[in-house]
Ligand binder design. Structure first.
Ligand code: GLC
Ligand code: CA
Length: 565
């Protein structure tokens, strides 16, 4: 009898331990938590400043969790918050096991994780795995001598001749991708800035060491990572030159190269598979910074057996850059038919805000709602970018002396860098948009008095309230979560329409990408759906509560979402 008790208690303990019963849980469609989730990217330096030093921080993020809870994302991804000399604003990590003092302490991180958990908001970090900061102790050791045990953790080579780098590879931020180190008289490889030496992933110790970093954070409660710059994790082992294309020069004045030897090397997929195995042990999820030029490349990141990156972001969709139904249809069809779970993004800390890229200067707010209606109603997971929900726009530096992003310093005036899309979150009409009482590290956007959380929450027609409703709809509508994507009116050059179908339920999405009112016949019968009425679920304009799907009127840049009856 006593033994039975012991067993029962043991079993109970096992089941309740760290959500054990929930581990790798899926719904009846086989979908895991992240497939129904909306993610929200936070640039920590610019989100919220708790101690008024002009720099956003972790307690600032924690203080905004209730706002996020109200808005609706299920998870946040925080851009690098590790100790860093900030040459590339955190993407140059000097210690993977700590928090940058600008942003707080490990205790603050634990608090953020715990407070997030209480609100069902998971926290993901940014894993910069391709390179480290040159201030990282691993690199300091590696560079100390040619025989140091960590020497081979990075990529070293003799030059072609005196003062000549080993090959013609150029850095993404301009100039040669090699830097001469006078201590050991060899060159080291850096795909990005010189202070960002690339790790040598062919060395098994690097793999072990970096995988351990992820384990350490998973154990602390982190729900996954966004994997930075995975395409340049490996370069050709023989260091062969890249072919040069014509006589053109890029924004940095370097020759344009076809990057066949410094990008997309096959070995990277082995690493991703093994990294995924570790993530799976913790029910964690991997998002990929996966720039690709075609769908086959993107497919490779999912892995042949869906065993690499859970969520490779589709930047081909993100960079459509014009309100073109044909172009969006093509991209959606590709990724939707890829066999992997689509991941849609329209903005991030490296690209101009969608508000500017798609806006026409006249209907910008309508267009912001239109774009939201698009990527948040497709079959897949959406990754938002902070401020997008209030219609934040780029605030680019006007003078070279104001530029903070080295990319802009090196590329000015052709390349102004990425400061514009990284400005402080606009919380209120107060001084500095309520971000901080001190001068923020980047200037707040000009229109913050109108475009801010506090004012927009009060306005039922604001972009913010539209996002709020859209996220609520997405979370509660099974068809939007699990339904198939079916394109409608595939030849329509002005209106993008599609249907999401699940177990006989159909959600219809109609997006007018044009400045003229359109009358739309959705031609549902062609798809075997015979409905004469559809109920409006959400619209960006005053739509009737019921419409006839063969005759829907949509104003300029209007978005309508409904359900057949
Ligand atoms: C990634 C980051 C970007 C950074 C680059 C190099 O692409 O998203 O912000 O500049 O890596 O570090
Ligand atoms: Ca601060």
């Amino acid at each position: 009898m006593r033994e039975l008790w012991v067993w029962a208690v043991l079993l109970l303990m096992l089941c309740s331990n760290a959500g054990w019963a929930q581990k790798n849980a899926v719904d009846e469609e086989g979908h895991a938590w992240w497939q129904h989730a909306v993610f929200y990217e936070i640039y920590p330096r610019s989100f919220a400043d708790s101690n008024n030093d002009g720099i956003g921080d972790l307690p600032g993020i924690t203080s905004k969790l209730d706002y996020l809870r109200w808005l609706g994302p299920d998870a946040i991804w925080i851009a690098p918050m590790f100790p860093s000399p900030q040459v590339d604003w955190g993407y140059d990590i000097s210690d993977y096991y700590n928090v940058n003092p600008d942003y707080g302490t490990l205790k603050d991180m634990d608090k953020l994780l715990a407070q997030g958990k209480q609100r069902d908001i998971r926290v993901l970090l940014d894993f910069v795995l391709t390179y480290t900061s040159d201030q990282n102790k691993w690199f300091q050791e590696a560079k100390s001598s040619r025989t140091n045990p960590k020497r081979d953790w990075y990529i070293w080579s003799d030059g072609k001749g005196p003062g000549q780098p080993p090959n013609n590879w150029t850095s993404n931020f301009g100039g040669s991708a090699w830097k001469f180190d006078s201590t050991s008289s060899q060159w080291y490889y850096h795909y990005f800035y010189p202070p960002q030496p690339n790790l040598n992933w062919r060395n098994p110790e690097v793999e072990k060491n970096m995988f351990d970093v992820t384990r350490w954070w998973y154990k602390r409660g982190v729900a996954g990572f966004r994997l930075d710059a995975v395409d340049v994790m490996f370069a050709d082992s023989q260091l062969r030159d890249n072919p040069v294309v014509g006589n053109e020069k890029n924004a940095f004045g370097d020759p344009v190269e076809r990057e066949i030897n410094d990008k997309n090397q096959p070995e990277l997929h082995g690493v991703l598979q093994r990294l995924r195995k570790v993530a799976d042990e913790y029910d964690a999820v991997l998002i990929g910074e996966t720039w690709t030029s075609d769908i086959d490349q993107l497919k490779r990141y999912y892995g042949e057996h869906n065993d690499e990156v859970n969520m490779p972001m589709d930047f081909m969709f993100a960079m459509v850059n014009k309100l073109s139904p044909q172009e969006f249809r093509k991209q959606i069809l590709w990724v939707d038919g890829s066999g992997g779970w689509p991941v849609y993004v329209i903005s991030n800390h490296d690209i101009r805000r969608a508000y500017n890229r798609y806006g026409d200067g006249k209907h910008d707010d309508q267009i912001a709602k239109l774009m939201a209606s698009l990527y948040l109603t497709l079959r897949g997971t959406a990754v938002m970018y902070y401020g997008e929900e209030i219609g934040m726009e780029n605030n680019d530096p006007k003078r070279p002396e104001d530029v903070k992003d080295s990319m802009g310093k090196l590329g000015w005036p052709k390349e102004k860098g990425r400061d514009g899309e990284r400005t402080p979150m606009q919380w209120s009409p107060e001084i500095n948009a309520g971000f901080s009482t001190a001068k923020p590290w980047l200037p707040v956007g000009d229109r913050y008095k109108t475009y801010n959380v506090e004012s927009e929450r009060k306005d039922p027609n604001s972009i913010l309230n539209y996002y709020h409703q859209l996220l609520a709809l997405r979370h509660t509508n099974k068809t939007l979560l699990d339904g198939k994507y079916i394109a409608l009116n595939e030849d329509d050059p002005t209106v993008l329409s599609y249907m999401r179908s699940y177990k006989g339920q159909n959600v219809l999405v109609v997006l007018n990408m044009n400045g003229v009112t359109q009358k739309v016949d959705l031609n549902l019968a062609v798809k075997g759906v015979h409905a004469t009425s559809a109920k409006t679920l959400l619209s960006s304009f005053a739509a009737p509560s019921r419409v006839d799907p063969s005759e829907i009127s949509i104003p300029p840049f209007g978005a309508w979402i409904g359900e057949t009856e």
